[in-house]
Design a protein around this ligand. Structure first.
Ligand code: SF4
Length: 211
């Protein structure tokens, strides 16, 4: 997809001005804790994950302790994040893999990260950008929806959207634009009721308030 550079500039500049300082809402002290919190955040709000991870990381703060936890103990703690059976298995297996394969240190490499249990490109990109400062684009539900509405992509698959966005958005903005889209999605471009009349991107939006 080819897009006019003025449209991209307008989107990047507008979001940068509106949200000059952005950071992940998932509370964490280490890259490992962010990795585990992000796995738990699938189909769950950041607020709920933060409540759960406070309890989880008090007892199991690192790969050593978390990989030794019983599945039952993990399921009880993370129950309220949903899909707790799978998530408990994944976070325990992920902790064990980080411990055994990487000496307890989360790898700073997307190819290694996506091989860890429960980790897909979205989770890997969250860790790379928020914990290590890499320029990556995280395609979550907000980024997917807003990219389509703005006309930046016509794809549905998050990985294809990630690669399309990387082609049209300057690399220096990759890390922030994902979070800016998330802030913008919560404030203006809501999934059900987008506030198109108040939207600073109305003029460049493909949907132009038709929803
Ligand atoms: Fe979203 Fe409406 Fe703004 Fe388009 S005009 S980006 S649909 S809020």
């Amino acid at each position: 997809m080819k897009l006019g550079s003025s449209k991209i500039k307008k989107i990047v500049q507008t979001l940068k001005e509106r949200y000059p300082v952005v950071k992940t809402q998932l509370v964490h002290e280490t890259a490992f804790q962010l990795l585990i919190a992000t796995i738990m955040s699938a189909q769950c709000t950041d607020n709920q994950v933060n409540k759960v991870s406070k309890v989880l990381f008090e007892q199991y703060p690192d790969p050593d302790t978390l990989s030794s936890a019983t599945l039952n103990s993990l399921k009880k703690i993370i129950y309220s994040t949903g899909f707790y059976n799978n998530k408990a298995k994944n976070i325990k297996a992920c902790a064990l893999a980080v411990l055994k394969d990487y000496n307890g240190i989360v790898p700073e490499d997307i190819d290694k990260l996506v091989k860890l249990p429960g980790v897909g490109r979205k989770t890997a990109n969250v860790v790379l950008s928020a914990a290590f400062g890499h320029q990556t684009i995280v395609v979550d539900t907000h980024v997917l929806r807003i990219s389509k509405r703005l006309g930046l992509t016509d794809k549905k698959d998050p990985v294809k959207v990630e690669f399309e966005l990387m082609e049209i958005i300057p690399k220096t903005s990759w890390k922030d634009i994902s979070l800016q889209f998330i802030y913008f999605g919560r404030e203006i471009c809501d999934a059900r009721k987008p506030l198109c009349n108040d939207c600073p991107l109305l003029n460049v939006c493909a949907l132009k308030g038709k929803k």
